[in-house]
Structure formats: structure tokens, C-alpha cells
Design a protein around this ligand. Structure first.
Ligand code: PAF
Length: 264
């Protein structure tokens, strides 16, 4: 695996997985998808300050550089890029707006977050010029906004990887102590209850009911939305998706699951 420290050494036309590090097996599944698409798999690790709405969250974001390098190498990554801040954000760079979709749900809870995400991703795309880029469905609103950036990069989505008890893998899970880790399964349990419900209305009630069994989880939102635009779903179609976000021990956790239309 080649460690790239200068943008002039980037392998253009590759399959690209942008990350913020603290890699786990969810990332490894993105790397495997990338390897199916190209012999050149580039992973970037850049903790993007623009997408953190407060300094505390940025400072506490887990950083595990040695483990990340080992994990990337084991997963068959051919190029690992550790960009410098000035390379991504040269003096006078233009900050992009994620538009109205970027102000809903995660964007409402984290003002400016998605502006930071679309800015860094388009900057990374400009420098890398990849053929493919792979993003996880766990951050579904982010995935939709990246699809809307309008580049000629083919965006590939990767299913969420879960622990055996349903908890979606996330770099933030590293900040949960064992008690909070056990309680965090309430999110997946609520999503499974939504998927099992007979219609969108009962799916919403089922999520709230399950969430209410775990008082240490502070719910921000639970909803069934249309995954094309995040408007409220009015029926369970193939586009309906249950979404949940909230805080546990001060750590923000989000997850989502595709609903199943009746008979499927
Ligand atoms: O999902 C992430 O890890 C980040 O939001 C991304 C896409 C790497 C941009 O910083």
C-alpha cells in the first residue's frame, strides 16, 4: 500500500473511499466494494473541520492513525491518502451550500454540517478525479446530498454493516462505554419494529414506543421518509425509509433502515 502525502501523487480514475479515519469493518466493506470496481483503491483520511458544528465534537472525534493504516492495508487498499489541511482548503477556497435538503434532519440538528460535507467531498473529487466513489447508507442524508453534487463520479452506495445485536457500525461507537453500548441497541430495535409494522403510521408509533423503553436515549427525531427527498412518507413504497437520531451519553447516534412494502 502506498501512502500518499501529496495530491500530485494521487491515482486518478480509481475507486475512491473518502473517510475521516477511526476505520472499522463497516469501512472495510466499502473498500471491498471499491476493489470490485477498480484495481486502484484510494482511501483518504481527513477529519474535516468544516463539518463539525462545534469544537468539542471535532476534538473528541476518535483518531486511530496506526490502526487505520494496518486495517486499510489488510483490506487491500492500494493507496492511502493523508491530505494536509492547506491542500484541501487553500486560501480563498469556496464553501458550498448543501441547499434546503441540507437543513433538514441531521442538518437541522447540526447547522452547517452538510455544507461542510459537500464542500470537502467536491474538493476531494476535484483533486482525485476518481471514476467511482463509495459511501455507506448509514449516513443516508449525506449519501443523497453527495449524489446531488453533480460530478461525473459514479457514486456507489454500500449497505450498513451491523453488529449481531443490530447496532450499526460507526466510528462514534468507540466513544460508548460498555453500558451505553448495550443501551444503544434501542435504535436498531426501533428500526426493526418500524420495518415490521403494517403501515407508515404504525411504523412511526412503533419506533416511538421502543425508544420510550430506553430513557437514557434522548430522541432527536424518528420518522418514515421518502428517501428521494426526505419528505414524510405517506405510504410504504420502495422509497420509504425509517430514520432515527438522538444522543446517548452526549454522543450523537444515527441510523436508518429501508421499509418493506407489503408483500415484499
Ligand atoms: O462520512 C464521512 O466519513 C464523512 O462525512 C466524509 C464523507 C468522509 C466527508 O468528510
Amino acid at each position: 500500500m502506498k501512502i500518499v502525502t501529496s495530491a500530485s501523487d494521487l491515482p486518478h480514475g480509481c475507486a475512491f473511499v473518502p473517510t475521516m479515519g477511526a476505520l472499522h469493518s463497516g469501512h472495510q466493506s466499502l473498500f471491498s466494494l471499491a476493489a470490485e470496481k477498480s484495481q486502484k483503491v484510494l482511501v483518504s483520511i481527513f477529519v474535516n473541520p468544516l463539518q463539525f458544528e462545534n469544537y468539542d465534537d471535532l476534538a473528541k472525534y476518535p483518531r486511530t492513525p496506526e490502526r487505520d493504516t494496518q486495517l486499510a492495508e489488510e483490506a487491500g487498499v492500494t493507496h492511502l491518502w493523508l491530505p494536509r489541511h492547506e491542500e484541501i482548503y487553500p486560501k480563498g477556497f469556496a464553501k458550498l451550500s448543501a441547499g434546503p435538503l441540507g437543513e433538514m434532519y441531521e442538518g437541522a440538528a447540526r447547522p452547517g454540517h452538510f455544507d461542510g460535507v459537500v464542500t470537502v467531498v467536491s474538493r476531494l473529487f476535484d483533486l482525485v478525479r476518481p471514476r467511482y466513489a463509495i459511501f455507506g447508507e448509514k449516513d443516508f442524508q449525506q449519501l443523497l446530498l453527495i449524489r446531488k453534487i453533480g460530478s461525473d463520479v459514479e457514486i456507489i452506495s454500500a449497505p450498513t454493516i451491523r453488529e449481531s445485536d443490530g447496532l450499526a457500525l460507526s466510528s462514534r461507537n468507540a466513544r460508548l462505554d460498555s453500558d451505553a453500548r448495550a443501551r444503544a441497541t434501542v435504535i436498531a430495535r426501533a428500526l426493526y419494529a418500524a420495518v415490521a409494522a403494517p403501515d407508515h403510521g404504525s411504523a412511526r408509533s412503533a419506533m416511538r414506543e421502543v425508544i420510550s423503553t430506553e430513557p437514557s436515549f434522548t430522541l432527536d427525531y424518528s420518522q418514515v421518509i421518502d428517501e428521494e427527498n426526505f419528505s414524510d412518507a405517506t405510504e410504504v413504497t420502495v422509497n420509504a425509509r425509517a430514520i432515527i437520531a438522538g444522543w446517548l451519553n452526549g454522543i450523537r447516534l444515527i441510523d436508518n433502515m429501508a421499509m418493506k412494502p407489503r408483500g415484499q
